[in-house]
Design a binder for this molecule. Structure first.
Ligand SMILES: Nc1ncnc2c1ncn2[C@@H]1O[C@H](COP(=O)(O)OP(=O)(O)OP(=O)(O)O)[C@@H](O)[C@H]1O
Length: 334
């Protein structure tokens, strides 16, 4: 069976960066990649690697140094302003200048590529705005002034504005920055839902690594120097791309759990036995934080720990033992 063609955006030997009076600074060069519709794609990379530069170049806010960007097979530079505004919606993290208006008025601005010179919204435009606000779940904020919104609420409003723009492509620069964890999850799930249910091409940059690895369909890892690795989070976990990308930065990637752990210098080893499960896992986690690795081997010169169904037992070097009920109490003996 033929796979459906999903490529919307194609980067062909794209070089991004800046031209200044002192010459050209290339942030990343020779990028060949594509972004697909009906998927959420997340761009990850350390501070300063060029995520915003790439997003600005793809949004046509800044010129590329060389190479091309194709949207549905057509070179981006051949699009007129209005046509581009009907094709790409961009959500930036900066607070909008337009705070002195209501939420509905701001979302209505998303209709500007379709409205006339005076920007007057028709009934049909208002229906699109209402639909966008409902999709994002902000109907109740309708007449609130934008300046009174929380960061999370404002982010949703900006996403609703992009939806009201009815573009097949949406780019977002760090949409989860400054949000509390549940709001980050909500925004990422919302964007995932939008990409899948509306068949949109959603591409965003983020520093929320674990969230991106759980929610993104495809991940782009951009390294300093401009090297780009692309794949599904699972394939990247299996082929070692994630481990090597983050190696040596105080975190390591656990292929079994698919999670990152803070790397600790191991200074001791302790024997642990008993029921495997969450209680054992939490003891291991607390020990790891203290630089202690657990082993099945009984070590004569160390205490050992037994995890039972209801308690933690510490066996001291002289053979005596004590029971405690919490991990914190256990750590006091370690
Ligand atoms: N206007 C500019 N002129 C020259 N260099 C710039 C300009 N804007 C950014 N840079 C440089 O380009 C590089 C990439 O910056 P960019 O903002 O794209 O990184 P980023 O990955 O988005 O970083 P962060 O995660 O910190 O937001 C950095 O070295 C930055 O200093």
């Amino acid at each position: 069976m033929m796979k459906p063609e999903k490529e919307t955006i194609r980067l062909d030997r794209l070089s991004i960066g800046y031209r200044g009076k002192d010459g050209v600074t290339t942030v990343a060069g020779g990028i060949c990649a594509s972004i697909r519709c009906g998927e959420l794609t997340c761009l990850l990379g350390a501070n300063g690697v060029g995520k915003s530069t790439l997003l600005r170049t793809l949004s046509y806010f800044q010129p590329s140094l060389s190479g091309s960007v194709y949207i549905n097979g057509r070179e981006m530079s051949t699009f007129g302003d209005r046509e581009l505004a009907r094709t790409i919606g961009v959500v930036l993290t900066d607070k909008p200048d337009t705070v002195n208006m209501t939420v509905r008025e701001l979302v209505c601005l998303g209709r500007s590529p379709y409205t006339g010179f005076w920007g007057t919204c028709s009934q049909e435009d208002m229906n699109v705005v209402a639909e966008a606000m409902a999709m994002v779940g902000i109907d109740s904020l309708d007449s609130r002034m934008v300046s009174t919104l929380s960061d999370g609420e404002r982010q949703k409003v900006m996403i609703a504005k992009a939806l009201a723009q009815q573009t097949p492509v949406i780019y977002l620069d760090e949409p989860t920055a400054f949000l509390d964890f549940p709001s980050k999850v909500e925004i990422m799930q919302l964007l995932h839902r939008i990409s899948h249910t509306m068949q949109k091409t959603v591409f965003l940059s983020t520093h929320d690594l674990e969230l991106a690895l759980q929610i993104a369909d495809t991940v782009w890892l951009l390294s300093s120097g401009g090297a780009l690795t692309i794949g599904s989070p699972e394939d990247m976990a299996l082929d070692g791309s994630l481990s090597s990308f983050f190696s040596g930065r105080g975190i390591s990637f656990d292929q079994q759990t698919g999670l990152f752990t803070v790397t600790a210098d191991i200074v001791r080893r302790i024997h642990i036995s008993g029921c495997n499960g969450p209680r054992m896992a939490m003891v291991r986690k607390a020990l790891h934080r203290r630089g202690i690795e657990t082993t099945d081997e009984v070590l004569s010169d160390e205490i050992s720990i037994e995890v039972t169904m209801s308690a933690f037992r510490i066996v001291f070097k002289d053979g005596s033992s004590s029971y405690v009920s919490t991990v914190a109490e256990l750590m006091e003996f370690v």
